[in-house]
Write a protein that binds this ligand. Structure first.
Ligand code: PEP
Length: 256
């Protein structure tokens, strides 16, 4: 859409060994030329343990592949064994951090309050939150998907002021489409994403809503990306499985 630079983010989840992570990053940086990277912002979200390597690989490269993390602690420091803070991620040069991914919500019991606290922690450390919302199959079958996703958005943004929301990126990820090979139709994705944009306008302003990028995620592949990107409110994709395959991910980034 006009004025919004497309964003393709690869969520590696808990995959790849250290050498594979390095190889994937190098191949990706090699495959995308300067024009492609300037037109379509391309970001990888490795496991925490590979972020330092990715940072080293892209440092000083003017092509600048972006990178970020898959999660962060709501706290800045302290007795939180095993957790990673926004301050730590900021020191590693992370530009983005996923917040509220459905796998975190489901497997770690992250509720709206936790998602809200994590979102605020990301903003505090000047890392753009990539906030994920999405409904499960039962909610969609009940026709409550728009209400569910807009409610998740409102809850995640509770107490967040307009100036703090400027770096926000949203991702609509229907849970039934993640890792299942079932993609939402472009029209179904547009319906929810359009409603999320309208909700942002209501919460903040039309300007903020118009400048915020909203991605689709859920079994995105090179063969379905063009139809998704043709929708007026969809500004990119959050890609899981297909981001582990360099050729596929490059084709997704070159969708146009
Ligand atoms: C995701 O994890 O955010 C995702 C969309 O996964 P996949 O592309 O594998 O469905």
């Amino acid at each position: 859409a006009p004025g919004r630079r497309p964003l393709m983010a690869g969520n590696w989840k808990m995959n790849l060994n250290h050498l594979e992570a390095i190889a994937l990053t190098q191949k990706l940086a090699f495959s995308l030329n300067e024009r492609q990277l300037s037109e379509v912002e391309t970001v990888v979200l490795p496991p925490f343990t590979d972020i330092r390597s990715v940072q080293t690989l892209v440092a000083g490269d003017k092509l600048l592949l972006g990178y970020g993390a898959q999660d962060l602690s709501p706290y800045d420091s302290g007795a939180h064994t095993g957790d990673i803070s926004g301050a730590m991620l900021a020191k590693l040069g992370c530009s983005y951090v996923l917040v509220g991914h459905s796998e975190r919500r489901e497997q770690h019991g992250e509720d709206d309050a936790v998602v809200n606290a994590k979102l605020k922690a990301a903003i505090k450390h000047e890392i753009a939150p990539l906030l994920c919302v999405g409904e499960g199959l039962a909610v969609r079958e009940d026709g409550e998907h728009v209400a569910h996703c807009t409610a998740q958005l409102v809850a995640a943004l509770k107490g967040v002021k307009a100036e703090q929301a400027a770096s926000l990126v949203l991702a609509y990820e229907p849970v039934w489409a993640i890792g299942t090979g079932k993609t939402a139709t472009p029209e179904d994705a547009q319906e929810v994403i359009g409603a999320l944009r309208a909700k942002l306008a209501e919460l903040y302003s039309v300007e903020l809503a118009e400048q915020t990028r909203i991605l689709y995620g859920g079994s995105v592949k090179s063969k379905n990306i063009a139809g998704i990107m043709a929708q007026s409110d969809i500004d990119g994709a959050l890609v899981g499985g297909a981001s582990l395959d360099v050729e596929e991910f490059v084709l997704i980034c070159r969708y146009r």
